[in-house]
Write a protein that binds this ligand. Structure first.
Ligand SMILES: *Cc1c(COP(=O)(O)O)cnc(C)c1O
Length: 391
């Protein structure tokens, strides 16, 4: 065949089939597994017509509480509202210091200034990426020195790994503070025999679609063993209602989980335990393929992650860039959670921090990278990912 370029020395690039793209989180695989049940559950809600606070909402709350061993579960509109409702139930107000990690999603800190309280940023540990108890102690002293009242600690179960609750709860309670576990990424994780949701004074979670237990829209929930807190949360999520819907005891919010999302979550919760095991298998295969090349995730004895993310620590930001490009060339998506710690963001850089600085958070932001992670990731696909990432 005569090429139109045959008269010149132009090199025609060989046409390579583009690499098959891998999903970062494959929600379609899960949907295929559950589709029939989901269709039936959705149809049932449409037939019933109770779109707000229908019977599926209460049923889901009962099942979620049983799943984690909490006495009370209250669903709400999203994980951010869950955090705000928790702070409202605890009476957090102006002059209060709320201790939050800097290496997290913004929602953890965002709700604090909303209630006119002050977020105080705490560093994390270099191995688990979760809140550092020693940094928390320094931040408490700092908060007091600027005239704030230590009121609440919000550790995050980052990337699905439960925070170091024993030490953090001890420090919180010694200082007359309550502890809210932000388990948006970690619901169902195990900490020394307890499931997240039954460990902190209040636990919050999110059902955003990409979270380990996600719905098909926005959703969230709170867990507590405390009867009075549960009553307050129930009131705050429906306009501060009293014993009757149109008696208002306090200034509240409109933050409910739709009946449709509850019906979907009931079906997803039924396979969630199995999915957590599948996530564990995926993480183990990554560990086997990558631990001789990168710092792979550290899970302390007695803890079980639900693997919201599988996050590697590279040696340098330059190595991370190379890795990300190699993966991209092979059709493999990677994401950097999180590129800028909150205390360095324009919105948050004026708030107090651990006075010795947040060196670990700043370092992690330069070096971490998350790989595709979901329960239905096939071993063959993982081999491709490992080969591309290891280079
Ligand atoms: C996703 C997330 C939230 C917020 O949940 P939404 O449902 O998106 O409002 C809060 N904290 C952490 C750590 C999260 O990852």
């Amino acid at each position: 065949m005569v090429s139109i370029y045959s008269h010149s020395n132009v090199q025609i690039p060989k046409l390579k089939a583009p690499p098959m793209t891998v999903a970062f989180i494959d929600l379609a695989a899960q949907q295929a597994r559950l589709r029939e049940n989901l269709d039936a559950a959705i149809s049932q809600v449409l037939d019933q017509g109770q779109y707000i606070m229908g019977p599926q909402v209460r049923l889901l709350e009962k099942q979620l509480a049983e799943f984690c061993g909490a006495r009370h579960c209250l669903t709400c509109a999203n994980g951010t509202d869950a955090l705000q409702l928790a702070l409202m139930a605890l009476g957090i107000k102006a002059g209060d210091a709320v201790f939050v990690p800097s290496f997290t999603f913004a929602a953890t800190a965002e709700v604090v200034p909303f209630l006119n309280a002050t977020p105080v940023f705490v560093d994390c540990l270099p191995d688990t990426f979760n809140m550092d108890p020693e940094s928390l102690k320094r931040a408490i002293i700092q908060a007091k020195s600027v005239g704030l009242r230590p009121a609440c600690v919000i550790p995050v179960d980052l990337f699905g790994l439960p925070a170091g609750y024993d030490a953090l709860l001890a420090i919180a309670h010694e200082n007359d503070m309550k502890l809210i576990g932000d388990s948006a990424q970690g619901f169902g994780g195990i900490y020394k025999g307890k499931t997240t949701g039954s460990i902190a004074d209040i636990t919050t979670t999110s059902f955003f679609p990409a979270k380990p237990l996600g719905c098909y829209g926005d959703g969230g929930a709170l867990f507590t063993d405390d009867e009075e807190l549960a009553r307050l949360i129930d009131s705050y999520r429906v306009h501060g209602k009293g014993t009757h819907k149109y008696y208002n005891e306090r200034i509240g919010m409109n933050s409910r989980l739709d009946t449709l999302q509850a019906a979907i979550l009931i079906e997803k919760l039924a396979v969630y335990g199995d999915e957590i095991e599948k996530r564990q298998a995926v993480a183990s295969r990554y560990n086997a393929g990558l631990s001789n090349r990168f710092e792979t995730p550290y899970v302390p004895d007695g803890l079980k992650s639900v693997w919201a993310q599988y996050t590697l620590k590279t040696a340098s930001s330059a190595e991370r860039e190379t890795l990300q490009q190699r993966a991209k060339d092979a059709g493999i998506p990677t994401v950097i959670y999180y590129p800028v710690p909150l205390h360095m963001q324009n919105a948050y850089n004026a708030f107090p921090v651990d006075p010795t600085g947040l060196a670990v958070s700043e370092d992690l932001a330069q070096r971490v990278i998350s790989l595709p992670m979901h329960p239905y990731l096939e071993p063959e696909t993982q081999e491709r990912i490992v080969a591309a990432v290891a280079g």
